[in-house]
Design a protein around this ligand. Structure first.
Ligand code: SF4
Ligand code: SF4
Length: 126
């Protein structure tokens, strides 16, 4: 991802329209089985690299609702595919191009965020 949304989310949906990558969907549209919260599609999130801060976190009223996840790059391909199998993610599968995995479709990420902060899912602060 990217960023991910936790169960701290109050489903206010404020972040959805702010995302420049249309990576966020509301709980009703969550592709996660039994998904109760707004969901960020990791295969689309670009971590708002062209902005000063991640726009979703900038408008989110809830501390800890949006946290860091690993870069969506080939290095973390297995991480995301395993998460996909476990139902943490639901990565898009294109009928002709196949799964939009990090290896096949890497995304931009903020190099300034440490891997430790990502691994421990630290809140995205703005
Ligand atoms: S960090 Fe940016 S691109 Fe990623 S979900 Fe948030 S608003 Fe969208
Ligand atoms: S703005 Fe924050 S609390 Fe509201 S839906 Fe998005 S992640 Fe959840």
């Amino acid at each position: 991802m990217a960023v991910m949304i936790t169960d701290e989310c109050i489903n206010c949906n404020t972040c959805i329209d702010e995302c420049p990558a249309t990576a966020i969907v509301d709980a009703d549209e969550s592709p996660i089985e039994g998904g109760e919260f707004v969901y960020v599609k990791p295969e689309k999130c670009i971590e708002c690299v062209d902005s000063t801060v991640p726009k979703c976190a900038d408008v989110c009223p809830t501390e800890g609702a949006i946290v860091w996840d690993m870069p969506y790059t080939a290095e973390f391909n297995e991480y995301y595919l395993q998460g996909n199998e476990k139902g943490v993610y639901s990565i898009r599968v294109h009928s002709k191009k196949g799964i939009f995995s990090p290896e096949n479709r890497p995304q931009s990420f903020r190099e300034s965020i440490s891997l430790e902060d990502r691994e421990t899912h630290q809140p995205v602060s703005v």
